[in-house]
Write a new protein. Structure first.
Lengths: 266, 266, 266, 266
């Protein structure tokens, strides 16, 4: 049974000096999620260029902000994504993986997977495939405490592994780092989900098993079949909702995601 | 006038525990470099899988090593790459860049470009495009001292920026980080070049200007028209000649690259 | 001519879970600064223990906070510190330094001095002693831009060296790291000063030359003869005004420092 | 019953450019360890200055090396140190600790204790004092694997916590970081011990409980009563056997420590 989401995002940032900004907040159109309605308004005197997202998933736009950037996004999305039983999926030896997945096995800025090989071998040595993936996801879920304000844009999976605290992005980074250390391709996904509390942009992990990607939210806030994907990438670097080549200061920001019934969508 | 290179690589590593290994040492076939002869021998009991390199450039192979890995690579390559006058190339506003280049504007593990925005603005504030690119390359060349043993696999561009020392990989990381901070797409390139001293795998930067990539070797060891590209990527993570999912110890390794004349190639 | 300062600090923090807190906000009594009046009020149900500061300079106190910590500090301080002409001071070879100063030559968490040896040698190679110290201080002053919000508690001198931005603490860290790399003992000092804008706790560097410590404020906000020292140490770790073994959230905080005339002090 | 150790160290390093060197390899004379014989020979044309170690424990010397440094150290030490039953020691609230111990509760370069508060609370939440200390030591012993070559001078306790591998210094750093996160003062100690395999300089942790320091070797190689202390400090920064203000390359180095009987000492 499909999930229907209504999404409303409002952004307002001050930009002290003219700066290029990459905005990435639109739900992606994919075989498993349909954009029933979508509108992105950006107040800007300069032209806006829309480009494809990483891996060709979703889209993002380049803005030139002179002293302020304001954007409003409204969308209705229908998600029809089968939720696989992660634990029962088979392992794929790395030799069987296509070249395009190699990047998702390697360390990245926030997911220094090479550092975690020892822990993964020690703690989960006998596992592989879906059994490994679900054990890692469960471990992150049970050992992390969700707490805002305990992490920032410099926090890597190494920090979260020791602090045992963080927000969705930190859960995703840690799970991605552990999965890569277990030789399971893993990437980070920006998404909208109805149960995120407090409401905000959400980030989850995506693991490659049995020939396709599987969304895994280690915070437990969202199921795979209720996530509206915005962007994918190696880690938060690629999937940030806003990347500023300069500095910006928050004036206001709200993200509202609600589950609707088809009738309400009229 | 094309450059002809003869390349010979021999690798020998001990692998204490069975490990998956990604080997990336073959010169790529591209419009600007032709593989006249090529042979890669790998001593292994397990099957070897060949996959595409990042961005579809070059190829790499997956090995399973049980206690030792030995490989021999021999190739003859003809390079016919026009060397552009970097400084005269025009700037492309980021809004005009295709989505596939965005990753090369963002920070990565070894190239934390966001940290360098202040320095680039302070030192090279008025420049853009090719003038910026060549000023950055020259700055790196003049302020870095090539010295083996002063850096390792944990060394980032931040470290090299302070230590002012390193090897080719550190030069490439620093130039790439600075270029991205200047909003010029930049990536790292693994290559073979005849003048590398001591002979070894080489790494250089590649900057995007006027609609194409331009090779830049900040060490000054190689010109763009005598580099045989092996792989490209965000930084050393992607272009390593060998990535081991486990541990390996060096037994022996030689890299020999010589300029030849066509007659010698028979 | 002595400087007279009037200092008023009010702190108010929420402490979600009971936590031990180390508070270090009292001006130190030293031969060069006299405490004419001083009062520290702390609202706490638990006993407070007062202990000596690092190097026996100043004092700090241990608190146990159960859900909130409030403190008010009022002091009048007379500073009579001769300001040396830094540039003319002679160099002391490290062999002539007492053992207690060695720690101030070594790298510390925020001042990874070993990383900066290359830069210091390259840029200031021929200098030593006071000429080196003043050249380093001037370099930091000219190349850093004071900007709040550009750094945080994870920012090291390596980051500031690349970003060229920060607050007083970042200026101090960078100067200390550079001085140590030049084999000049250097430490960080927490202080009160009248010209700090916006008013806040202040941090400066202290360099050892000709047998004594010399205060140097690379931000240029305060002269050595108008700084009321609170604490000294290897870096911000040691001189923080508040160290929480747990978490705390800011409710309110004001720091006011004014130059007074002796008459006003009655 | 006292332990008698015979220690022999030979160092030989090349120094490409003249550099100041701090050498710290002599066993300390303390109430619990007596230097029966001791000789340190250093081949150097420049005068050597001997200074006190950190906390006044042991001594170190400043050398000026022009192109090579060679040193030979021979000593016979009698250790008479009671080994306390760590687990039974009582907790001291931080408020009861003298000011001189505060530094050993704070984060340092290799022991970022603040990062570990979450883990320590989660895993060892109900414990304190000696029960906490011995639980932490046991945890490190059981979860770390001793393996040379898996760490280097940039490896912090965060890295070891994830890699679960390292050498004595990494064990010490991790235990010290965890103990500080548990509000137990902890420092690093350089020492000689007979059972270190392969023979080398050794590093252990020292925890403060019931009013005194207790040596704890998380590697399990040495007991408290057979360690000859050389130096103490916040982490490896302070206790390094050799600190070079410049660069040096290893030519040869041997460390031999043997348990002797008093008769043999003649």
């Amino acid at each position: 049974m499909p999930t229907h989401l209504s999404i409303a995002v409002d952004l307002d940032y001050g930009v002290p000096e003219p700066a290029d900004i990459l905005l990435q907040i639109e739900a992606a159109a994919t075989p498993e999620q349909r954009l029933d309605e979508q509108e992105l308004l950006i107040w800007s005197d300069d032209p806006i260029a829309t480009i494809a997202g990483e891996e060709g998933i979703g889209q993002r736009c380049w803005l030139r902000a002179t002293n302020r950037i304001q954007a409003a996004y409204r969308a209705k999305v229908t998600i029809d994504r089968p939720a696989a039983a992660l634990a029962s999926l088979a392992a794929t030896p790395v030799r069987g993986l296509p070249g395009t997945l190699v990047a998702y096995l390697l360390p990245s800025r926030y997911c220094p997977a090479d550092r975690f090989e020892g822990f993964v071998r020690q703690k989960f040595g006998g596992l592989s495939g879906g059994a490994m993936a679900s054990a890692l996801a469960e471990w992150v879920h049970e050992h992390m405490t969700y707490r805002a304000g305990t992490s920032d844009s410099a926090t890597t999976a190494l920090h979260s592994f020791a602090s045992r605290m963080g927000v969705c992005r930190d859960y995703a980074h840690l799970l991605v780092a552990l999965a890569r250390a277990a030789e399971i391709p893993a990437r980070c996904v920006a998404a909208y989900a109805p149960g995120v509390d407090p409401p905000d942009f959400h980030a989850v992990a995506e693991l490659w098993l049995e020939g396709r990607w599987h969304l895994v939210d280690a915070t437990g806030m969202a199921r795979a079949d209720e996530l509206a994907i915005v962007a994918v990438g190696r880690d938060a670097t690629d999937i940030a909702f806003m990347t500023i080549f300069g500095t910006a200061t928050l004036i206001g920001q709200t993200v509202a995601v609600q589950r609707t019934t088809p009738a309400e969508r009229g």
